[in-house]
Design a protein around this ligand. Structure first.
Ligand code: KE4
Length: 422
C-alpha cells in the first residue's frame, strides 16, 4: 500500500482510528501493522517489533493465540451476528459473575466507553442524584460527562477538556486529584448527599500506571457507603489484568458497580458493566434505565473473549505474569540508574509504567512533572532497537504470557544502551 500514511491522513483524522496511535505524544510516523504473533508485531516494511502496547491491554495471552483464533474462526462460519440470544453471552456472563467479587448480574456492550457511560446512568437512576466524581488524569472513555481532565490520549494531546462538550454536560462532574484522601473527604463533607457515584480506576492506568496509596480505596468505599453514593470501579484496563478477580479482588475492596472490557474481549469489541442485582435489575428491558446495542454480546466477540478467559483459566495465571512484570520494571529502573538517568516505575499484576523521574509518581501532577522529552528519546531509541513501548508517558505498558525471559532480557539490553545515550 504505497504512501499509506498520506492516504490514511487524507481520509481519516490524523490517519488513525484512535488518537494515541498517531504518535503525537512522541513524534514520528507510526509503522503499519500487517500481523501480530505472540509478543511480536510485524510491520508492512518487514520489521518485527517486540510489542509492549499489546492493543492497550486486551491481549494478555499475546497476539493470535491459537485457541482465540480457532474459536473466532469456528464461530465466523456459523455467522457473525444474530440480533437474538445465544448461549455464548450467557456463558460469558456466568464466567464474569463467577470471577468478579460482588457481581450478581452483568450487561455486555461493545467498548469500555459504553460500559462506563451505562454504569453512570444506572448509578444516577439508583440514587436519583446527578453529581459524579472522577479523578484528574483518569480516563473512562470519550463520552461527554467523563471527558473532563481525562488521561490517556486526552492528556497526551494536552487537551484535557474536549471541544464539542457543552459546559452543561460537565458541570455535574467533580474532578479530584487521584490518591488525595483530604480532597475526597472534603468533597464528601460538602456534597456527599448530592453524589450519585464516584468512578475510579482502582489502579490508574491512563496517566501511566499509578497505584492506589494506602487508605485511598478504603476511603472511597467508606465515604460512598456513608453518603448513599455508588462506588464504580472502572476495571476496563485492570479487570483480568491485575488478578482474576480484578483490582477489587487484589485490594479486597468491593465496588457497587464495575466496568470491564479489553481482556474479556481478547481484542474483539467487548465491554461489560455489572454489579449487585438490585442495581442491574433497573436496566432495560427489566427496568427503567435504557441501554441497548446492535452488536452487544456479539457471538464472534464472545467466542474470542471466552476462549481467552478459559485459556487464562483462573487466579493461578497471574503470579508468573506479575513476576515477569516486576522483573522488567525493576530491571529497567536499575539500568537507568546505572547510567545516571532518573527513572522510576510503578507496576502491579500484568501492567507497569516507566517514568523519567526520581521516584514513582502517586498523582497525575507528579506524572505531568516527569521528563517527557526524555521519554520521547527513550521511545524512539527502543523503537530503533525493535521494541515498541507505549507512545506516550501517559499510557501503561502491557506484558502478556507470550513475553518470555528472553524477551525481557532483550528489552533490558536495549534499554541499557538507550539509557547510556539519553
Ligand atoms: P474503550 O472505549 O477505548 O474500549 O475504553 C475506554 C476506557 C475506559 N476505561 C479505562 C480505564 C480505559 O483505560 C479505557 C481505554 N483505554 C485506552 C488506553 N489508555 C484506550 C486506548 C485508545 O484510546 O486508543
Amino acid at each position: 500500500m504505497e504512501g499509506w500514511w498520506e492516504r490514511s491522513r487524507a481520509v481519516m483524522p490524523g490517519g488513525v482510528s484512535s488518537p494515541v496511535r498517531a504518535f503525537y505524544g512522541v513524534g514520528g510516523t507510526p509503522f503499519r501493522v500487517v500481523r501480530g504473533q505472540g509478543a511480536d508485531l510485524y510491520a508492512a516494511d518487514g520489521r518485527a517489533y517486540l510489542d509492549y502496547v499489546m492493543s492497550y491491554g486486551p491481549l494478555i495471552l499475546g497476539h493470535a493465540h491459537p485457541s482465540v483464533v480457532a474459536a473466532i474462526t469456528h464461530q465466523a462460519a456459523l455467522g457473525t451476528s444474530y440480533g437474538a440470544p445465544t448461549a455464548l453471552e450467557t456463558e460469558m456472563a456466568e464466567l464474569l459473575v463467577g470471577a468478579y467479587p460482588g457481581m450478581e448480574m452483568v450487561r455486555l456492550v461493545n467498548s469500555g466507553t459504553e460500559a462506563t457511560m451505562s454504569a453512570l446512568r444506572v448509578a444516577r437512576a439508583v440514587t436519583g442524584r446527578k453529581r459524579i466524581i472522577k479523578f484528574i488524569g483518569s480516563y473512562h472513555g470519550h463520552h461527554d460527562s467523563l471527558l473532563v481532565r481525562a488521561g490517556s490520549g486526552a492528556a497526551t494531546m494536552g487537551v484535557p477538556d474536549s471541544a464539542g462538550v457543552p459546559s452543561e454536560m460537565t458541570a455535574l462532574t467533580v474532578t479530584l486529584p487521584y490518591n488525595d484522601r483530604e480532597a475526597l473527604g472534603a468533597v464528601f463533607r460538602d456534597l456527599g448527599r448530592e453524589v450519585a457515584a464516584v468512578i475510579v480506576e482502582p489502579v490508574a492506568g491512563n496517566m501511566g500506571t499509578v497505584l492506589p496509596q494506602a487508605g485511598f480505596l478504603e476511603d472511597l468505599r467508606r465515604l460512598t457507603q456513608a453518603a448513599g453514593s455508588l462506588l464504580i470501579f472502572d476495571e476496563v484496563m485492570t479487570g483480568f489484568r491485575v488478578a482474576w478477580a480484578g483490582a477489587a479482588g487484589y485490594y479486597g475492596i468491593q465496588p457497587d458497580l464495575v466496568t470491564l472490557a479489553k481482556v474479556i474481549g481478547a481484542g474483539m469489541p467487548v465491554g461489560a458493566y455489572g454489579g449487585k442485582r438490585k442495581y442491574m435489575q433497573l436496566v432495560a428491558p427489566l427496568g427503567p434505565v435504557y441501554q441497548a446495542g446492535t452488536l452487544s454480546g456479539n457471538p464472534l466477540a464472545m467466542a474470542g473473549g471466552l476462549a481467552q478467559l478459559k485459556a487464562i483459566g483462573g487466579p493461578d495465571f497471574y503470579p508468573p505474569l506479575a513476576d515477569t512484570v516486576a522483573g522488567l520494571a525493576q530491571g529497567l529502573v536499575e539500568r537507568g540508574r546505572r547510567h545516571g538517568v532518573a527513572v522510576a516505575a510503578n507496576w502491579v499484576g500484568g501492567m507497569m509504567a516507566l517514568f523519567f523521574a526520581d521516584r514513582p509518581p502517586t498523582t497525575f501532577a507528579e506524572v505531568e512533572a516527569t521528563d517527557r522529552e526524555r521519554y520521547r528519546k527513550y521511545f524512539h531509541g527502543m523503537l530503533a532497537a525493535g521494541i515498541f513501548v507505549p507512545p506516550s508517558a501517559f499510557e501503561t505498558l502491557f506484558v502478556s504470557a507470550a513475553h518470555g525471559a528472553e524477551a525481557v532480557e532483550r528489552t533490558l539490553k536495549a534499554a541499557d544502551s538507550v539509557f547510556a545515550r539519553i
